[in-house]
Design a protein. Structure first.
Length: 307
């Protein structure tokens, strides 16, 4: 079962039940009820039954859903989108144009699944669900500065490359809350723990530029896809900017010194546990993917830049 909370007027957070860190990479979804209703994030395919049950519990007929809005193509955010789109013939999928090409191509999706298995284990497909392509006529293509009109509110589109080249954030014009996907990594308010946005294929320089772009929007809330909602937007945005700078610098120096993944992960964890109740060891034990994903992201980036 999912945990359901109204985190802003007519915005319902649908969060996987369980320990905040142990449920990763399962994703928090947000149902926005308006004249046209939207589901921001779908998560892994295995999450669909809980999302549908949550909508039913809220008294909402999911068949009336207007938009499915994954922030980017990674399977912990968009893995269930193809399955849900096939169940809902009238529902459109809102994405960046290049992301649409990925989500429509079975061969690219299979490569994404293979990468997902490398990070989360050979049984990731079995544990988190498979992925289906989305028909090309199901997409609403949006770019930076566009808006998705829902009725009493609009979702302003912000292109935020870094974690993924085609990543989008969405600012709700009614609540001034920001659906931030993985642009800021993850944040678990109950324990103050953050997860960096670094992953294979990410770019820490673009990540920092995107964070600075989001800071200028002055959002009142952050709707995290990994974790939950927080009203401490200014503080968290500043913290993520600082962490992004520090972690990239630490990773570069450690890689140049020939340190291995486990050693680098410890260095980064020392930064990320500051001000939290977790020790470095507890953090790494709670997030075993961190070594294979975040550190590999830095390694690939600096190798690509020949640094």
């Amino acid at each position: 079962m999912a945990l359901i909370s109204e985190v802003a007027e007519k915005i319902y957070e649908i969060q996987p039940e369980g320990n905040a860190l142990e449920i990763f990479p399962l994703c928090t979804a947000y149902l926005i009820v308006d004249d046209h209703t939207a589901l921001v994030e779908v998560g892994c395919a295995v999450q669909l039954p809980d999302i549908l049950a949550a909508a039913d519990k809220l008294g909402y007929d999911i068949k009336k859903l207007s938009y499915i809005i994954p922030t980017h193509v990674h399977l912990d955010h968009a893995g269930g989108a193809g399955f849900l789109a096939r169940q809902l013939p009238q529902t459109m999928v809102v994405t960046h144009p290049r992301a649409a090409r990925v989500l429509a191509d079975p061969s690219i999706l299979e490569r994404l699944m293979q990468g997902f298995e490398q990070v989360f284990g050979d049984d990731a497909r079995e544990r988190f669900g498979d992925v289906l392509p989305i028909a090309e006529n199901k997409f609403v293509l949006v770019n930076d500065g566009d808006s998705v009109a829902l009725g009493q509110r609009k979702l302003r589109v912000i292109h935020t490359p870094g974690h993924d080249p085609n990543h989008l954030c969405f600012l709700d014009t009614r609540s001034k809350g920001l659906f931030c996907g993985d642009a800021l990594g993850g944040y678990f308010p109950e324990i103050g723990v953050t997860i960096p946005s670094s992953a294979p294929g990410s770019d820490p320089v673009l990540t920092l530029q995107s964070i600075e772009k989001l800071q200028k929007l002055n959002p009142t809330k952050l709707f995290f896809s990994h974790g939950g909602t927080t009203g401490k937007a200014d503080m968290i945005l500043g913290q993520f900017a600082d962490n992004t700078r520090q972690c990239a610098d630490i990773a570069f120096k450690a890689l140049k010194a020939g340190k291995n993944r486990e050693e680098i992960a410890k260095f980064l964890a020392d930064v990320l546990v500051r001000g939290t109740p977790l020790t470095r060891e507890e953090y790494l034990a709670s997030l075993p993917f961190f070594i294979s994903a975040a550190v590999e992201g830095y390694r690939q980036y600096f190798k690509k830049k020949m640094l």
